[in-house]
Structures are given as structure tokens and as C-alpha cells.
Design a binder for this molecule. Sequence first.
Ligand code: G16
Length: 554
Amino acid sequence: MSSPDNQADLPFRIRHVDCAAFGDQKPGTAGLRKKVAVFSQAHYLETYIQAVFESLDLTSGSALVIGGDGRYYNDTAIQTIIAIAAAHGVRHLIIGRNGLLSTPAASNLIRQRGAAGGFILTASHNPGGPDGDFGIKYNIANGGQAPESLTDAFFTNSSKLRRYSIAELPDIDLSKEGVTVANGLTIEIVDPVSDYSTLLQSLFDFDCMRDGIRNGLSLRFDAMHGITGIYASTIFSGLLDLPAEQLLNAVPLPDFGGGHPDPNPVDAPELISAALGSASPDLLAASDGDGDRNMIVVPGQMVSPCDSLAILLANAARIPGYKDGMAGVARSMPTSQAADRVAAKLGVPCYETPTGWRFFCNLLDTGDIGLCGEESFGTGSDHVREKDGMWAVLFWLNLLATTGKSGNEILESHWSEFGRDYYQRYDYFIADTDAAAGLFSSLKQNLDKTGSRLPADKTLQLADSFTYHDPVDHSISENQGLRLAFEDGSRIVYRLSGTGTSGATLRVYLQHYEQDMKRHALDPHEVLKPIGELAAGLADIERLTGLSQPTAVI
Ligand code: G16
């Protein structure tokens, strides 16, 4: 840490503010996400941050990291967190310049600086702007999201809160790197990119990728006006000499340019059309608002995130940072079983966890796994404790550069060795949350009748509500989605999304396994249509919601 630029201690008084508790501050799959209008109600943000501090056991001298994806309300929230941290006796805050840090870069900073934890301000892939969403995650000292026991404490404390304490401080200038001291609190503003970029350079073969790009290997990256623009400019353009025109939407905007910063074929259709054209780049990729998700596209097709996980596992030893392979792998329950097949062949364990990155962190901490991933466009390794969009793109780029193979050759040879798990997710947006809850509970109650409602060609192997027994801390997480598995290797999983801010989204995850090589180049929409119809019928979706088709097919 550099010496303070502002030695003069900024004195401050602490104000105690009486207020009524809000009853709705329950964190979801990844932190507290609400509309900006909700967060900006008087005392709303303050009470939640107070509840977080009341739940933490911070030893004196501990540092906290703060940064966000730059969405609307980021700056206001950071100033409030600084003032409440000051009132709670925090001694050291480490903040990304301009309040910016991608989610994986924040996770890295917490770990590298030995911080007690950090606030990451993001609603991830949800739209931003005054009418959009905002969110707050608290990550713990290992760089991963707070476990359920802690987020439950945030909620309990916030529900009974009557007062918060806040320092009366002027706004801190976040635009310049350096150190300010306020009543013994050190506020350090750091470059959001450099430590993270150093970490990635320690994992991948940058010389090989740069040579590949100079010799015509082409990458097109869409930052979707999210935070990864600042990382992509340094890493892809600066370090790998990627031509500027291959970097799309690289300026982070508070409202993501009005778009939905979610890297998937529905929200990043330009990449898909470019991949379908005759002049497709060799690799196309996108990341989301806070830089933890990734979409990988090769000429003619998107790589399913489930296949991507399996392919990274199968090829890990080709990457310098993983030259000994992976100790094990984990996937979220709805993610296809493609990675399981690779793990079985490699003789390494494969864990099935509930949706939510935090469930991987214990397994990463103990070294039981080196790699993990989710169908929701998230992949990562033990280098941080969040999923990591830039990391996944570099992994693929490194693979193409090292092997000299095209993305399609890698996919085809993978499928010919392991078989292909066709995979899609049908999302049904249900405005009435009670209707969604009713549908789900009736589906759960009738699980034992599923076998008798199946067509002749389907034999049920398993029908249950998924419960996770964490092998490390022995915690038990119930009601993590409904699983139907069939003897032909296909599966249907039902789950209610935990990241929305209005209505409810029923996610129906579909998997169809195909071993016959001659059937590996079919259209996933066609292959999965019958099982999608079966899933809709079993859940009685149309009758209960009026929806005859999914709202989105991802
Ligand atoms: C968050 C979690 C992911 C999870 C995803 C699922 O992603 O961090 O681990 O897979 O939510 O979302 P849902 O509950 O809507 O299915 P992110 O990128 O939004 O932080």
C-alpha cells in the first residue's frame, strides 16, 4: 500500500439514525437484488449494510474490498458503504478506481490482499439504469460469496433492525488511485485491472495466443457495455494485440446501453449471426454486466456451457496453469452430465451441487476440485472463488492456439469420444408469483406419479427434489430443484430462478444423450422438442399459467 496522499485525518462524527425495518431484504441465489427504485428508498441501502455489519465478526485491522460493475447507483452505494464501514470501526477499505471491479477481479483482490471480505455491487446480467436492477453481494475472506448461514443472518438482522450508524463524511474521490485517511480509516483506491491481469498471465500461455492472433487466429469479443470492457482492452488489445474492431461494446455504461448484458444467444444475437456467416471469426465470445459469465461461440454454433465445462476438463493439461490436470470437477445440478462422463474416464471425482456459485467454494478450498461450472454460462477454476468470463475465453483461445484445431474440430472429437449431451433451458416468465409457486408445489407433490404419466419410450430412473449434503461443512440444502432422470440418459429438471426482481421465472432444463456419432450434428431445437413438450405436459404449464410456449429458449 502506498503512503497516504491525504495525511490530514478527515475527522467525522457518527450519526445514529432511527428507522423501521424492511421485511424484504432476503438475499437470493447471488446477493440482494432489487430494482434501483427499491434500493433508493430512504434508509433501504443503509439498513441492509448495517445488517451485514451486525452479522460479521470483523477483527480489528481487517480490510474490506469494495467495487462494482459500474451500473447506475454504483457510486452512490459505494459512498454509503464507506460511511457505514467507517461508523463500524473498519480500518482499511480497498476500492477499485471509479468504483469498478469485475466480480472475479474483486474475488481475486480479496484473496491477494488478505481482506476479511468485500462488497460487490452488481445485479450481474440483469438490466441496469434508473429503471433497472441493482444488487449487493458480500464475499468472505476466501473470495467467495457468503454462505447461506451468513446470508440468513443478514436477513434476520435486517428484519429486526431499528437503527443504523453512519459516519458524516464528505464524498470520497474514487477517480484517483491513492490513499486517504479518515479518523484512522485508510481508504485505498486501486487499479481495478492490474492484479487480475497478472493472475491470468500466470495461468495461460500469452506468447502462444499472441503469436496465434498475429498469424490469423481471430477472436471477436462482445463486452455488452458491461465491466469486462476495461479488462478486455488491457488483456485482449494491450497484451494480445487483438485488432480494435474485434472488441465490441467495450465501454462500460451505467445502463449497459439499454441492453440486457447477458451473454446468451437471445441477448447477444449479433455474435450468433456473425458465427453463422461465411466470414465467421474462429472464436466469438461475450461476457455479462459484472464479468463472471461467458458465452463461447465457434463458426456455425454456440458451445453449450455444459459442453464447455466438459471440454475444459478433458483438455486442462494443455494449459500451463493446469498442466497436472484437475483434481476433480463440480457442476450445478441442472447442468448436463457431459462433465461427469469426462471425469469418469479421467478417474477424478465429479460433484453435483445446487445452483449458485457459493456451493463450489468449499470444494475449491479443500482442493477436492480444480474446475467447476454451471449451465447459466458460468465456468471457473480454483484461481478465484467466483465464475470468470475472461478466464473462460482465454482458456478457449489458448486451446485453439496450442492445438491448432478449430473450435468445431474440438467439439466433434469430444463428442465422438464421450457422446453428445444435447442441452437447452426453457424459461417461462410467470408474472404472478403465487401461480408459479402453486405450479411448483403441485409438481413436487405429484413427483411419485411421474412414472405412470410417461410415453412408452421413456423409463423413469429417478424423480426427486434435490437435497445437497455438503461433504466439507456437512450443511444440508433442501429444495434445490426437481430432478427427473430417464434410463436413456435424458433428464428434465425444474427450478424457480433465484435472481429475478419481479414475477417468477420457471426454468426447465432439458438434456438428451446421444452416443451415435451420426447423430451429433442435429439441431438442438429439434432434438429437444419432444422432451420439452413432455416437460411442459408433466408440469401442466399451459393450463396453470396460460403459457403455451417458453418465454425464452436458451
Ligand atoms: C447467479 C449465480 C450463479 C447461478 C445463477 C442462476 O448468477 O451466481 O451461480 O447459476 O445465478 O440464476 P437463477 O437463480 O436465475 O437460475 P449471476 O451471474 O446472476 O451472479
